[in-house]
Design a protein around this ligand. Sequence first.
Ligand SMILES: [Zn+2]
Length: 143
Amino acid sequence: MKENVNDYSKKLRELLVEEINEVIDPSTGLLKEEGSEFVDCPLCGSKKFCEFWVKDGFTYVRCQDCQFVYLNPRLNESATLELYNGAWTNFYNQRKFFQPNVLDKKINCISNKRGKLLEIGCTTGFFYKQQGMNLVSMYLVSN
Ligand SMILES: [Zn+2]
């Protein structure tokens, strides 16, 4: 049976909300202290920031020196790995990337381009096989 886009989106959202709820403190609606960390501005290293907005329990701040907007606090490394290796990621990857027609469209979109490509969140590195691309891929994995 073919899965329609609405079913896919609903299931993906449910899995993501389920996993995000694991890291959110129900009493505050914000990230739990356990599993999170405060960080300096990742762009300039400044310690000065002010709250910018809060969405789904995640607080975005604006650096007072360079204006960069980033998550603070953010999930620490182990919580990030846990989230990225969870059920929603597997569901997303299976539905989005392992369907040949979807992958073909993405490859066709970049196959006639030359230059460098930075792929963040490369999962299994599909684009490594492309000719003529200078590719750097990044993905968080557990040991
Ligand atoms: Zn900054």
